[in-house]
Write a new protein. Sequence first.
Length: 324
Amino acid sequence: MARQTTRKRAGGALDRHAHGGYARLLRAAQALPRIRVAVAHPCSKEALRAAIESRDAGLIEPVLVGPRARIDAIARGARLALGGIERVDTEHSHASAAAAVQLAREGKVAALMKGSLHTDELLHAVLDRATGLRTARRISHAMLMDVPNHPRPLLITDAAVNIAPTLADKADILQNAIDLMRRLGYAAPKVAILSAVETVNPAIASTIEAAALCKMVDRGQISGGIVDGPLAFDNAVSSEAARIKGIASPVAGCADVLLVPDLESGNMLYKQLVYLAGADAAGVVLGARVPIILTSRADNLRIRLASCALAVVLAAPVAPAVRA
């Protein structure tokens, strides 16, 4: 009975907007089997609470990987009960990252969750060529945005991992994003490749790369989505802006995915939506052997659960129907 109450409360917290995107995502994830998640170095009350809340919402079975004595002290101070949660004792954050990655390599967990260590520290262990979780695909980060007054969720990529991606990097980032959206129930997600303008300009490198990516889609080098670019932000999300500018495109005004030129522009875009438009952003790292959940100390319950729900859906053997 207690768990049912928790789930109902969590679902209500996620259902902020008319499209109910986050709420649908949570319900779909809760309908799937829980996944075991290695929480790397949860040495803060926020990190511990995120793991416990996600467990109580019926999403994950956390495995706490970190210094046992330190975690116990934090739990006592925050009045968090850790009974029944599996533990792996480590000496420090580097060892926590390595041990969490090893659990994934051995198939003992289906996803990783960042605790209180730095993102770079965790990703260093993930990308280790000998002991990490590399695949043939470049890893990338995706933010699923729940934006008030916007009729659909938006996926922004990459705003956290790839600083200045090359054309080859962007091809992987684009394919990662398309694959994620297809797992979320989008048969052919619409992707806008963003730049400052919607025409190819030799002086703006991102417009040339956008055109090249579109041709790669035409040639089948990238598949599964409807892709157009370059598009400026306004005509990617506003049909009226696209109409005024005379842009005829299957993506303009109705993009599901925004592929940004670089980390700086993506980071500024998603933070502007968060701080000026009241949006929420659930994040996950794609392209490794397992999904990687990135949470921040400032994340609220809604964002933490949505981030875990993304990982659950990605780890599922069959994609559920989620699309808002």
